[in-house]
Design a protein around this ligand. Structure first.
Ligand code: FES
Ligand SMILES: [Fe+2]
Length: 360
């Protein structure tokens, strides 16, 4: 795509309006808020939100911005049964209703019910909590198409997060998405990882499948997927087809779920655009509950599973910044490899269709 798509503030604002304000976006995992009152505070494209579990156990998303003078209502993660503003103590229920506003007697026509917190839709699938700013968007499950069926044998809802890595880097969010969904760069950018963890691996093109505009799946044999350690000790998910046991899938559910699915766990990258030039990435690793319960889990994960992921993330982060620095006035669009960059091509079209509209 042309350079402005990666650097222009105007283009970025259009992406926020046409993509992020209209789509199901990954907010957290359900196990991060297991009990009534648990909350996670997130900024999604600059909007302060609280993802929480209400008293009845329902997962919700409410604005984290006080209706009085806008103060942030909570930070980080925690548990509370009411949301009390740290500034003047306006107090809200977990459903976002304003319950208490001190010293407001005498404020003409002031009705507490006019000052509830805006809510954002929150729905779950596979243990993921998604939010959507658009009240008119179709339900999450409808939007996912046949993806839940395709992944049902992995029992994603039985997986639990065991590790998270957070990185902020100086590159447009789309550079991360494009890079993370193709295998073209693997033999080059991840050569240090390959040499360290998979010496002698033969790099093969990823196979692409999916439904344009909804999801894409790139698939590789496990060695080139770089996720199953050669001396693996932790079990594969039970009941996977012979094919799934030999492969690692890299999928995108547009625009925001970037999930890597080897036979033994999942990892996913949650990205938070912070303007056109900066992106914060949280990479999550989740294992099946039955694997986590093994007595050797911690040791094996630390020794054999996490180190390669740390190195891949570092290599990917580095190359994304290199790409972003290279994009400038003299950059003109190149060509995509038909065998290696189908997903990048589809993603580019997804972005263009949203920001400037589909071709007439
Ligand atoms: S800003 Fe929240 S109570 Fe004043
Ligand atoms: Fe990579």
């Amino acid at each position: 795509m042309p350079p402005d798509v990666y650097t222009s503030r105007d283009w970025y604002e259009r992406e926020v309006e046409t993509i992020f304000m209209k789509s199901w976006l990954v907010a957290t995992r359900v196990e991060e808020i297991p009990k009534p009152g648990d909350y996670v505070r997130l900024d999604i494209v600059g909007v302060p939100l609280l993802i929480l579990r209400d008293r009845k156990g329902v997962v919700r998303a409410v604005s984290a911005s006080c209706r009085h003078r806008g103060s942030e209502l909570a930070t980080g993660t925690g548990n509370c049964m009411t949301l009390v503003c740290p500034y003047h103590a306006w107090t809200y229920s977990l459903e976002g209703e304003l319950k208490h506003a001190p010293s407001m007697e005498g404020a003409k026509d002031f009705r507490k019910s006019d000052y509830n917190l805006p809510t954002v839709r929150a729905e779950t699938w596979g243990g993921f909590v998604f939010i959507n700013f658009d009240d008119d968007a179709p339900p999450l499950l409808e939007t996912l198409g046949d993806l839940p069926d395709r992944l049902s044998s992995y029992a994603l809802e039985d997986m639990k997060v065991t590790r998270k890595w957070e990185n902020r880097f100086n590159a447009n969010w789309k550079i991360w998405v494009e890079n993370s969904r193709e295998g073209y760069h693997v033999g080059v950018v991840h050569k240090p990882s390959l040499d360290r963890f998979y010496p002698g691996a033969r790099v093969t093109p990823f196979e692409a499948a999916g439904v344009p505009g909804i999801y894409a799946i790139n698939t590789s044999d496990n060695e080139n997927g770089l996720y199953v350690p050669r001396n693996r000790t932790l079990p594969f998910v039970e009941g996977l087809s012979a094919e799934d046991q030999e492969r690692t899938h890299f999928l995108i559910f547009y625009p925001h779920l970037l999930m890597n699915v080897p036979p033994d766990r999942i990892t996913f990258h949650q990205y938070f655009p912070e303007g056109p030039e900066w992106t914060r990435i949280v990479t999550w690793c989740c294992f099946p509950q039955s694997t986590i319960e093994r007595e050797d889990f911690e040791r094996e994960a630390e020794e054999k599973y996490y180190p390669s992921m740390v190195q891949f993330i570092d290599e990917d982060k580095g190359i994304c910044e290199v790409v972003h620095r290279g994009i400038g006035r003299l950059t003109t669009p190149g060509r995509y490899s038909p065998s290696q960059e189908k997903t990048v091509y589809e993603f580019a079209n997804y972005v263009l269709d949203h920001v400037i509209g589909p071709p007439a």
